[in-house]
Design a binder for this molecule. Structure first.
Ligand code: IPM
Ligand code: MN
Length: 361
C-alpha cells in the first residue's frame, strides 16, 4: 500500500491510521506493506514549486491501494494543490466512485434533534460532471472578461456510478437509492442523468428508487434523514451533500471517503473527508477517527470485511468515552491516545475470539 501523508494534520492522523492498519493485519492474519511518499501536497509545492512529483503517479500505480492524508496549505493556492494532486489522481486512476458513508457513533450523536441514529451513504460521481475541469477564462482582467466552467456528463460516466450505487445497496442490505437531480433548472445534463437513473433503477426491482431535486434533498437530509439510505449524486452535488451528511451525522471529523476504481485496473484512494486543518497542525490534538475509518473502507474494498468491521466497532468504543476522544468531539484525548484506545479495543475484542479458536483446534 502507498501512503501519502498530506499536509497540516495529515501526518499526525496518517500515523494513527497506519498503526491501526498494521494491527488489523496482524490480528486478521494478512500481510500489508506500506511505503510512504512525501512528494505531493501544499508543503511539497512550497518546497519545490510543483504540487506533485511527475514520476509519483507512475509509482503509485504499482500499489493495490493508496492511503492519503488531506492536502492544502495556506501558503499556496488550494486550486493548484488540489488539481495537482487529488483531483488529478481521481481522473488519472479513473476513481469514478467517491463513497462517503456518514454514520453517527457512540459519544458522537447525530446533530439533528430527535434523530438517534444517522446512517446515510453518499455515492458521488468523481471524475466528470461539474469538476471535469473543462472550460477557460479569456480577456483576463479586462472588462469583457469571461469564464466558462463546462459540466461534462457522459452516458458511460453516469451509468457506471449509478450502477455502483444500486450494487452497493444490494450488497449492503439497503432498500432504497435516491438520486440527486436538478432537472427543473439544468436543462441538458440533469434530464440526461434522470433518464439513465430511471433505466438503471429498472434493472434493480428489489431496490426502491427515487429522484429528488438537490435543494429539496438537502432539506430532507435535515428534516427526514430516516427516509434516506443511499444517495447517488453528480460530482458537485455529491461534494456538497456529503459535507452535509457528515456534519449532520455528528462531525466532519468522523467522515471517511473511498475514491474507487471498482474495476481495479488502477489503485483506489482512501482519505478522510475533512481538510488539513493548518490551525491545529502539529499540536497532537487532531481527530484520527475519519482517517482510521478510511482504513476500514480500504480493507472492505480489498476483501477483508471482518477486519474492517472490527475497526469500525473499535472506533465506536473509542469515541464512546470523553477520555478517549479528541477535543473536537468534547473529549480530552490526544491524537495518539485516541488511536491507542481504538487499537486496545481491537485487541480486546480479538482476544476472546482467538482463545475460542485455540480451544476449538
Ligand atoms: C472533497 C474535497 C475536494 C473535492 C476538494 C479538496 C477539491 O472537498 O474531497 O470533498 O471537492 O472533491
Ligand atoms: Mn468536499
Amino acid at each position: 500500500m502507498a501512503v501519502l501523508p498530506g499536509d497540516g494534520i495529515g501526518p499526525e492522523v496518517i500515523a494513527e491510521a497506519r498503526t491501526t492498519l498494521e494491527l488489523a493485519a496482524e490480528l486478521g492474519g494478512f500481510a500489508v506493506e506500506l511505503e510512504s511518499f512525501e512528494q505531493a501536497g501544499g508543503e511539497y509545492l512550497v518546497r519545490t514549486g510543483t504540487p506533485m512529483a511527475t514520476e509519483l503517479p507512475g509509482r503509485l500505480r504499482e500499489f493495490d491501494a493508496i492511503l492519503a492524508g488531506p492536502f492544502g496549505d495556506p501558503r499556496v493556492d488550494d486550486a493548484v494543490v488540489l488539481w495537482g494532486t487529488i483531483l488529478e489522481l481521481r481522473q488519472r486512476f479513473d476513481q469514478y466512485v467517491n463513497l462517503r458513508p456518514a454514520r453517527s457513533l457512540p459519544g458522537v450523536p447525530c446533530r439533528l434533534r430527535g434523530v438517534d441514529e444517522f446512517d446515510v451513504v453518499v455515492v458521488r460521481e468523481n471524475t466528470e460532471g461539474e469538476y471535469a475541469g473543462a472550460g477557460g477564462r479569456v480577456h483576463r482582467a479586462g472588462e469583457n472578461e469571461v469564464a466558462i466552467e463546462a459540466s461534462v456528463f457522459t452516458r458511460a460516466g453516469i451509468e457506471r456510478v449509478i450502477r455502483y450505487a444500486f450494487d452497493y445497496a444490494s450488497t449492503h442490505g439497503r432498500r432504497r437509492v435516491t438520486s440527486a437531480t436538478k432537472s427543473n433548472a439544468l436543462r441538458h445534463a440533469m434530464p440526461f442523468w434522470d433518464e439513465v437513473f430511471g433505466a438503471v433503477a429498472g434493472e434493480y426491482p428489489q431496490i426502491e428508487s427515487d429522484s429528488v431535486l438537490v435543494d429539496a434533498l438537502a432539506a430532507r437530509v435535515v428534516s427526514d434523514p430516516g427516509s434516506l439510505e443511499v444517495i447517488v449524486a453528480s460530482n458537485l452535488f455529491g461534494d456538497v451533500l456529503s459535507d452535509l451528511t457528515a456534519a449532520a451525522s455528528g462531525s466532519l471529523g468522523i467522515a471517511p471517503s473511498a475514491n474507487l476504481d471498482p474495476s481495479r485496473a488502477h489503485p483506489s484512494l482512501f482519505q478522510a473527508v475533512h481538510g488539513s486543518a493548518p490551525d491545529i497542525a502539529g499540536r497532537g490534538v487532531a481527530n484520527p477517527v475519519a482517517e482510521i475509518l478510511a482504513v476500514a473502507l480500504m480493507l472492505e474494498f480489498l476483501g477483508q470485511a471482518d477486519s474492517a468491521a472490527a475497526i469500525v466497532d473499535a472506533v465506536g468504543q473509542g469515541t464512546a468515552a470523553p477520555a478517549t476522544r479528541t477535543p473536537d468531539l468534547g473529549g480530552q484525548a490526544t491524537t495518539l491516545e485516541a488511536g491507542e484506545a481504538i487499537r486496545s479495543a481491537m485487541v480486546a475484542s480479538c482476544a476472546p475470539r482467538r482463545r475460542r479458536a485455540r480451544a476449538g483446534s
